[in-house]
Design a binder for this molecule. Structure first.
Ligand code: EPU
Length: 420
């Protein structure tokens, strides 16, 4: 298993290009199942999750071709059941269910389990499919949804923690080929949902309200092939912005979209980081001493859970007490014990982490537990004295394109150590 070896203490300087958004491209790739015509998606990040979605679509019968940062997909003839083990491996693959149901009126996928960040149920996805008239049965580890016809209807998809991103995407993808009008209330407002709606619209779907809590979909008979360029990854951009602040550097985030990052940029500004619009994106640098801040993760446009671990690494370096409350996933604090190995002083109390920041961090061997936890460990390692070895780096390759190469370009001393 590969690991990353980081010699910390070097301020990051220079420009980094933000890749396409993982959480936008995965449902968009799944949406290509809605038509037999060819689709082309551009600004596709080179990530293991994206290659994995390619394998799932291939298994379902689609032709998938990656080339030059794009993917061409044609799903001429497809089957309605996903491979048990393939789908189970990546939670994001649940979003093939909506398109399969929309096009074939039947879908069978393995029930995704929980993961280290929380239970991750799919009850709201299934509630939406049922509202469209599908019968849903869970049997033998599979979830089967089928309908003679899908009929548009009004539904409320709010849950315990608010809206659901992939649930909204999934139901939207089934509803585009339903008869009549569907209205999703308490829909997720994330930019990735808006990007998916844009792609579906380019395929001939009729959708209004994406980006707001009420999405209205008027079903059409069929969709056609389309081209699309995926939005830049706001979480990758947030990660490099936080890394620049943590190392007291100055970084230009080429292609970053500030309009997708209000909550993160606002919190960075509060903590004493200077964020400026730049002709090619955003410029981020430290503005004197860092200040502690309190953060609660929320659905968009609140502070994203996917950037919670990274800001915790920054707050560990910031003198004073910061309180970080996680409201989306109940156990997304796996990075706390690993940050402690570097010398961070963090206590967990219920859904909050109390960060007593400002203690000097020093390098240590640490273990990545999930994608964003790994990013937090890399940030802490970049700022720590001495050498940090981040093990199980495959987690980071799921969601950060060429992270070691990009950081090296910014001056970081980081090496990938391949284990045979
Ligand atoms: N929830 C339910 N029932 C459901 C679905 C969700 O109760 O049927 C709950 C979840 O347990 C959670 C909350 O609703 O408490 C929000 O979960 P959501 O469904 O929005 O998460 P997701 O769609 O499965 C996507 C991203 C995650 C990101 C979350 C929240 C993809 C592939 N994944 O997951 O990304 O954290 O939205 O923004 O889009 C990551 O990139 O590291 C990552 C985990």
């Amino acid at each position: 298993m590969d690991s990353l070896l980081i010699k910390g203490g070097v301020p990051l300087h220079g420009e980094v290009t933000i890749s396409g958004a993982k959480n936008a491209v995965l449902p968009i790739m799944a949406a290509t199942l809605l038509t037999s015509e060819p689709c082309e998606i551009r600004r596709v990040p080179g990530l293991s999750d994206v290659r994995f979605m390619g394998q799932i679509l291939t298994w379902l019968g689609a032709q998938v071709e990656f080339a030059d940062g794009a993917v061409r997909i044609q799903a001429k003839k497809i089957k309605g059941a996903g491979d048990y083990d393939l789908i189970r491996k990546m939670r994001g693959s649940i979003c093939v269910m909506g398109p399969l149901l929309g096009r074939l009126k039947k879908a069978t996928v393995s029930l995704p389990g929980g993961c280290v960040i929380g239970a991750r149920p799919i009850n709201l996805h299934l509630k939406g499919f049922e509202a469209l008239g599908a019968k849903v049965v869970i049997e033998g580890g599979y979830v089967h949804a089928s309908a003679r016809r899908l009929v548009g209807s009004a539904m409320f998809l709010g849950g315990r923690a608010g809206s659901t991103v992939l649930g909204t995407a999934n139901v939207m993808m089934a509803a585009v080929l339903a008869e009549g009008v569907s209205v999703i209330e308490s829909a997720a407002c994330e930019p990735e949902v808006v990007d998916l709606a844009k792609f579906l619209t380019a395929m001939g779907a009729k959708i209004t309200g994406a980006g707001s809590p009420t999405i209205t979909i008027t079903g059409v008979k069929e969709l056609h092939g389309a081209e699309h360029e995926v939005i830049p990854d706001r979480i990758e951009a947030a990660t490099y912005a936080i890394a620049a602040a943590a190392t007291d550097g100055e970084v230009i985030l080429r292609g970053a979209r500030p309009e997708h990052m209000h909550a993160v940029l606002d919190k960075l500004t509060d903590s004493g980081v200077k964020v400026e619009r730049h002709k090619s994106g955003l410029k981020v640098r430290r503005n004197g001493r860092l200040k502690p801040i309190d953060i609660t993760t929320l659905p968009y446009s609140g502070y994203p859970t996917d950037a919670q671990a990274q800001i915790m690494a920054l707050m560990a370096l910031t003198p004073g007490i910061s309180i970080i409350t996680e409201r989306i996933f109940e156990s997304r604090f796996m990075h706390v014990s690993e940050l402690a190995r570097l010398g961070a002083d963090i206590e967990i109390e219920g859904p909050s982490a109390i960060v007593k920041g400002g203690k000097p961090l020093s390098g240590a061997p640490v273990m990545a537990s999930d994608l964003r936890a790994s990013a937090a460990l890399v940030i802490a390692g970049l700022a720590a004295k001495g050498t940090t070895q981040v093990n199980r780096v495959y987690h980071i390759d799921r969601g950060y394109e060429n992270i070691d190469g990009k950081l090296r370009q910014l001056g970081a001393r980081i090496q990938r150590v391949e284990e045979s």
